[in-house]
Write a protein that binds this ligand. Structure first.
Ligand code: URA
Length: 255
């Protein structure tokens, strides 16, 4: 039976146990071919594009989650129903801390649950945390690649504009609830903003599965995202995820 949104069946995914999860469908072939030059597209429905690749004789999925918690939850839930047990989000994020520069890698240890979707899986008191085995593989990978990286907390938001306190939205207004929040997160040592890690971590923990998240900073200071910055941030996160998969497979650390 095919999953309704992902348009994938158990047969299609060939017992793959690990999925790399970019947000953007355009990033899926890029990542898949980097893992395996013979990778193949096996489904593409709505925002969910899937490639199947082979690494160290193991089948690996690369699946786009779309943007935000709602679409990410569908992706993770349906992949889990098909038997996937290990999930690594690989994406981009914006700096909260001023020491973060474009291209820096952030490995999220825990997420502030501003995503909305995760509350449909567990109450807000439940933590959104990465699985420590995926986290340490990502850290080892970033070390090995000699990238500038940070491990810490990410604010994971339901929206790109108001939730991340961006005033360059249509109305130029951010509701009171979010006014001053960027400064507050900065004071609380939150590193960066993105939109899927809280959902991914919560759903994975609730299901007893492994989740991790690596993002590259694409917007610092003014948080405007420029083309060259996007490429740099994207690439560093992808290289880290690729190296982490190698480590996890070699050491047979995965579920
Ligand atoms: N993704 C986000 O959610 N925020 C940013 O600033 C950059 C990428």
């Amino acid at each position: 039976m095919k999953m309704y949104h992902l348009d994938l069946s158990k047969k299609d995914i060939k017992n793959a146990k690990i999925a790399l999860l970019p947000g953007d469908p355009g990033r899926v072939p890029k990542i898949a071919y980097l893992l395996d030059k013979d990778a193949k597209e096996i489904a593409y429905k709505r925002e969910y594009r899937t490639y199947l690749a082979k690494v160290q004789n193991e089948n690996i999925l690369v699946v786009s989650t779309g943007i935000g918690g709602a679409s990410c939850s569908i992706c993770v839930d349906e992949l889990a129903q098909l038997g996937v047990k290990n999930f690594i989000r690989v994406g981009t994020s914006g700096a909260i801390q001023s020491f973060l520069k474009v291209g820096d890698v952030v490995i999220t240890s825990g997420a502030v649950r501003l995503d909305g979707a995760s509350e449909h899986y567990a109450p807000l008191e439940y933590p959104a945390v990465a699985h420590y085995k995926i986290l340490s593989a990502l850290q080892e990978a970033a070390e090995k690649l000699k990238l500038r990286y940070y491990v810490g907390i990410t604010a994971s938001c339901a929206t790109f504009y108001p939730g991340q306190e961006r005033y360059d939205n249509y109305s130029k207004y951010v509701i009171k609830k979010f006014q001053g929040t960027k400064k507050e997160w900065e004071k609380l040592n939150v590193l960066n903003y993105e939109m899927e890690s809280a959902t991914l971590f919560t759903v994975c923990s609730v299901f007893g599965l492994f989740g991790g998240c690596v993002t590259g900073i694409v917007g610092a200071e003014d948080r405007k995202i420029r083309k060259d910055a996007l490429k740099k941030g994207e690439e560093n996160a992808i290289w880290t995820a690729k190296e982490a998969v190698k480590i996890l497979l070699e050491r047979k650390i995965l579920l």
